[in-house]
Design a binder for this molecule. Structure first.
Ligand SMILES: O=C(O)[C@H](O)[C@@H](O)[C@H](O)[C@H](O)CO
Ligand SMILES: [Zn+2]
Length: 299
């Protein structure tokens, strides 16, 4: 098991740090600052951070099998050529909406990029409701709309056997599950997995571990919780030194470290003084559990 240790590793603060992805080949953590707006890469060996600005709010970034990245930025899926620092549109979404943006996204085990939208917030968690949708970008660059009427599209991941899709619409205060068809990318049979308790705050990003349990970031809850999706129970709570915890992913050697992103957006001077590490990225070691490598967009 080892001893649990929480360490602040990325000290450059993000307004809303989000969408962490471990890139094994470079021992690098890829993530976004939604309001930067920028994509960053933190090299765990050199401690160096490289960043690239995007045109507007960037909700998520994922690796692409053919090289570079794909992002959910504003209301478009776009390709990123990291070397050239160039962004090109792949597909537009929410074309009938005037004030939405992409939020969290992730690649499924078959290489499809799933990402959801939400209305641009007035203040954290304060926004026009039901404006969001969940989309997937397929290898042929077609886009599927899975459902609409989403308040604040957030964390997502798949069960290790690929039979279930887990999803958070933050304002439901729940983690939900769907049956997943890995052959088509289709979702069915939506149901609740876990309802957050009051002190757990707002459900945000999530990731699956190698045992099929869910690690959920608790925004305004200052913690990540480990949930058993089979029983709907909380198995573990890991507290962090800041309140606005936004997402998490496994990385490091053998995927044994949990990287946790956070935000400082919406905090006043007094709370910032109490939480000087708000917006930093933390590494949790000694959990005694591994994650699984991320998938790359195959288109
Ligand atoms: O990190 C995200 O996913 C959102 O973009 C944030 O804005 C917060 O989640 C939200 O404010 C809390 O509900
Ligand atoms: Zn989020």
């Amino acid at each position: 098991m080892g001893t649990l240790k929480v360490e602040c590793v990325v000290k450059e603060q993000n307004e809303i740090g989000e969408g962490p992805v471990w890139e094994e080949k470079d021992a690098t953590l890829l993530y976004v600052d939604i309001y930067g707006p920028k994509i960053s890469r933190w090299n765990s060996l050199t401690n160096q951070i490289e960043s690239m600005h995007t045109e507007t709010y960037v909700g998520c970034v994922v690796p692409r099998r053919s090289g570079g990245y794909v992002i959910g930025e504003g209301t478009r899926f776009a390709a990123v050529d990291w070397e050239k620092r160039a962004i090109t549109t792949i597909a537009n979404v929410d074309t009938e909406k005037s004030n939405t943006r992409f939020n969290d996204g992730k690649v499924d085990p078959a290489g499809r990029f799933f990402a959801g939208t939400m209305a641009v917030e007035v203040r954290p968690a304060e926004l026009e409701r039901k404006q969001g949708s969940l989309y997937s970008l397929h290898p042929d660059h077609s886009v599927v709309t899975h459902f609409d009427q989403v308040d604040l599209s957030n964390g997502l991941d798949w069960s290790t056997d690929h039979r279930f899709f887990y999803y958070v619409d933050s304002l439901t205060y729940m983690v939900e599950a769907f049956d997943y068809d890995i052959h088509t990318g289709g979702l069915a049979n939506r149901r609740m997995v876990y309802r957050l308790e009051k002190d757990e705050g707002i459900p945000d990003g999530m990731c699956i571990d190698a045992e099929g349990k869910i690690w959920l970031a608790c925004y305004d809850g200052g913690r990540v919780v480990r949930i058993d999706p089979q029983t709907g129970t909380r198995l573990q709570t890991v507290k962090l030194p800041v309140a606005k915890i936004t997402s998490c992913c496994f990385g490091g050697k053998d995927y044994t470290d949990l990287y946790v992103t956070s935000a400082y957006k919406g905090m006043d001077e007094e709370s910032l003084a109490k939480q000087p590490q708000a917006g930093c990225i933390f590494k949790v070691t000694g959990l005694g559990v591994k994650g699984i490598p991320p998938y790359s967009f195959s288109g």
